[in-house]
Ligand binder design. Structure first.
Ligand code: PBG
Length: 322
């Protein structure tokens, strides 16, 4: 008790504070997401996500190379298709932007970890994450398409595939498809507890994936639920997920903590587009200190229990940690 106990004693100097710090960020915690399209020399800034770009495979290799110099080692790829259709068939086209980019990245940087997002919403004309019939998103017929997509990414050289569609049973379907073709070493990072969130707004502009009718509440989770997140995670682990993710991160740090405590498996959290753009917008207005806010945000996500953080701040944060 005071005056014997004085917590401030350990805050007196940077050396002391560093010595007793419980949570430390490292560039190896981060996964850097990129949006890729076919073409050459593409580098167009995304309106709702300042300083993030649509890239073609060649400019992606440049950007990834620069991030690798700064210490980032893992990348997540989203594809912008040349054409959309009802079923999203470009998703499993071996010549599509993601597949080409994976091949280029792995050829240039064999040590880099390349993760691909598995979903149909960027590729479908209606913008939903699965097959649509009578304005309903059908679960089971979607599984085969997701599995084909994962297989095509694995063939291109992806180290991990990350299903983000929230169809039931997709982890198992993807695992079976991968194992059936000799890709038993390709890992699955499942978006296990993915909420129907307003914070994906900027991403939908970036990926051109806003639903053309309705919303995603019949497949993504209700923000009020956390017990359900544990059930979702348990199902995905049973089906063969290697890493489970909670998404978004900031409004769901309690869920990150509960998943970590309940399962003790590698937990990832996605610091999503809306979280990124809010921070940048406030910093641009001079309302918050950009660099401190980035590091504080990422530290909070790690402190909550995520050892892997998917973030558009990855390169800047890695540089700040140098
Ligand atoms: C695709 C997908 C989304 C995000 C990742 N994968 C959007 C969505 O579900 O609408 C969001 C990522 C972000 O906001 O940064 N289903």
């Amino acid at each position: 008790m005071f005056p014997v106990t004085r917590p401030r004693r350990l805050r007196r100097s940077a050396a002391l504070r560093d010595m007793v710090r419980e949570t430390r960020l490292a560039p190896t915690d981060f996964v850097y997401p990129f949006f890729v399209r076919n073409g050459k020399g593409v580098r167009s800034e995304i309106g709702a996500m300042p300083e993030q770009f649509h890239l073609s495979p060649d400019t992606l290799v440049e950007e990834a190379g620069a991030a690798i110099e700064d210490g980032v080692r893992a990348f997540l790829l989203f594809g912008i298709p040349d054409k959309k259709d009802e079923r999203g068939s470009e998703a499993w086209d071996d010549g599509a932007a993601v597949q080409t980019s994976v091949r280029e990245l792995k050829r240039t940087f064999p040590e880099a970890l390349v993760i691909t997002d598995i979903c149909l919403c960027e590729y479908t004309s209606h913008g939903h994450c699965g097959v649509v019939h009578d304005r309903k998103v059908l679960n089971d017929p979607t599984l085969e398409l997701l599995a084909k997509t994962a297989l095509s990414h694995a063939k291109a050289g992806a180290d991990l595939v990350a299903p983000s569609d929230m169809m039931d049973g997709r982890v198992g379907a993807i695992r079976t498809a991968l194992d059936g073709e000799g890709f038993e070493d390709v890992a699955i990072l499942s978006y296990a507890a993915k909420y129907a969130s307003a914070f994906y707004g900027p991403f939908r502009e970036a990926a051109g994936s806003a639903p053309q009718f309705g919303d995603r509440r019949s497949y993504q989770m209700d923000p009020g639920n956390a017990d359900e997140a544990l059930r979702e995670v348990a199902l995905d682990l049973d089906e063969g997920a290697d890493i489970v993710m909670v998404k978004p991160a900031l409004a769901y740090l309690d869920v990150v903590r509960r998943v970590k405590e309940a399962f003790g498996v590698p937990v990832a959290a996605y610091n999503v587009s809306g979280e990124y753009s809010m921070l940048l917008a406030a910093a641009q207005r001079g309302w918050i200190d950009r660099e401190r806010a980035i590091l504080e945000t990422l530290t909070a996500i790690k402190r909550a229990g995520a050892s892997i953080i998917l973030t558009y701040h990855a390169r800047e944060a890695a540089r700040l940690l140098r």
